[in-house]
Design a protein around this ligand. Structure first.
Ligand code: ADP
Length: 265
C-alpha cells in the first residue's frame, strides 16, 4: 500500500489563498470535530479549520465510527459563525457542505449524488459523509462545526464487513490518480465559502435538489428505530427537509435526524 503523506506546509500554503480563519493540522487526532468543537467554544474565528491525516476516533452520526486511515482520505472540520442573515437558514448547513463536496467531485468529471441528508455517493457508493454539530450559547447557536470525511485513495475505504452501505473512493472512480488532497480540500472550501453567501437562496436548494440521489424512485426512510416510511422521493423542502409521496399519493415530510435512506428492493 502506498501512503501519500499530507505536507503541512504545502497544505497551509494552498489554503492561504482562501479567506479562512486559522488552520490547525494534525498528523493524527482522535476526531477533528471534537477538536473543532472545543476550539469553537474557546472563541475560534469564523472559517477556522482542523485538518488531520488520520483520525483514530472519527465519528459519524449517533457516534457511529468514521474511518480515516493514515495517508488515504480527508478529515476536516470547519467552524462557521453564522451571520444574522444566515441564521434563519442553518437547517440548510448539511446541504451546503454536501453540495460543495459533490460539486468538487463534478469538477473532476465525476457524477456525484447526495444521499439525503449527509452522504455523497459515486456510482451509488458512499465516498464522503458530513456531520454537523453545534456549539450553543444558552439557547442561541454560537457556532457550527461542519465535519467532512472524504475518501480519496482506495485505502480509505473501510472493510466491507464494517459497512451497512457500500463505500468507494475518488481513486476508485477516476481513471487516473486523484489530485493532491490539499487541492481537493481547497476546491471544497472555495465552493463552500461561495455557497455560504447564497445560503438563503432558491439557487442553493435547486442545486442541492438536482444532485439528490434516488429522485423519482421508491425509497424507504428509516427514522430512528421505527418501521420504515415508504414512498417516492420527490425532492427538498425549502428548509432542506425531504418530501416523499406515500403509496396513497399523500405528501410525507422527513425532517433531519437519524434518518437512513435506502432504495426499495
Ligand atoms: P449512515 O449515513 O450510514 O446512517 P453516518 O452518516 O453516521 O451513518 O456514517 C457512519 C457510517 O458510515 C458507519 O457506521 C460506517 O458504516 C460508514 N463508514 C465509516 N467510515 C466510512 C468511510 N470512510 N467511508 C464510507 N463509509 C464509512
Amino acid at each position: 500500500m502506498v501512503l501519500i503523506y499530507m505536507n503541512e506546509q504545502s497544505l497551509k500554503k494552498t489554503l492561504s489563498k482562501l479567506n479562512l480563519g486559522s488552520v490547525r493540522y494534525f498528523d493524527s487526532i482522535g476526531s477533528t470535530n471534537d477538536e473543532a468543537l472545543a476550539w469553537a467554544a474557546r472563541g475560534a474565528r469564523d472559517l477556522s479549520i482542523v485538518v488531520a491525516d488520520e483520525q483514530t476516533h472519527g465519528r459519524g452520526r449517533l457516534d457511529r465510527k468514521w474511518f480515516t486511515p493514515k495517508g488515504s482520505g480527508l478529515a476536516v472540520s470547519l467552524i462557521l459563525r453564522p451571520s444574522a442573515e444566515q441564521r434563519p437558514h442553518l437547517s440548510r448547513t448539511v446541504g451546503l457542505a454536501a453540495l460543495s463536496i459533490a460539486e468538487s467531485c463534478s469538477k473532476l468529471g465525476l457524477a456525484p449524488r447526495i444521499k439525503w441528508p449527509n452522504d455523497i455517493l459515486l456510482n451509488g457508493k458512499k465516498t464522503a459523509g458530513v456531520l454537523i454539530e453545534t456549539v450553543w450559547s444558552g439557547e442561541d447557536v454560537d457556532s457550527l462545526v461542519i465535519g467532512m470525511g472524504i475518501n480519496i485513495y482506495k485505502a480509505s475505504v473501510p472493510p466491507v464487513e464494517l459497512l451497512q452501505f457500500p463505500a468507494t473512493s475518488l481513486e476508485d472512480s477516476l481513471e487516473k490518480d486523484p489530485p493532491a488532497r490539499e487541492e481537493i480540500l481547497f476546491n471544497v472550501l472555495k465552493l463552500l465559502i461561495q455557497w455560504r453567501e447564497r445560503m438563503g437562496t432558491n439557487e442553493l436548494i435547486n442545486s442541492w435538489n438536482e444532485l439528490l440521489a434516488f429522485r423519482g424512485e421508491q425509497v424507504q426512510a428509516y427514522v430512528g428505530g421505527e418501521s420504515p416510511i415508504n414512498g417516492e422521493l420527490l425532492g427538498l423542502e425549502s428548509d432542506g427537509s425531504l418530501r416523499l409521496h406515500d403509496a396513497q399519493g399523500k405528501p410525507v415530510i422527513i425532517h433531519f435526524g437519524d434518518v437512513s435512506l435506502r432504495l426499495r428492493a
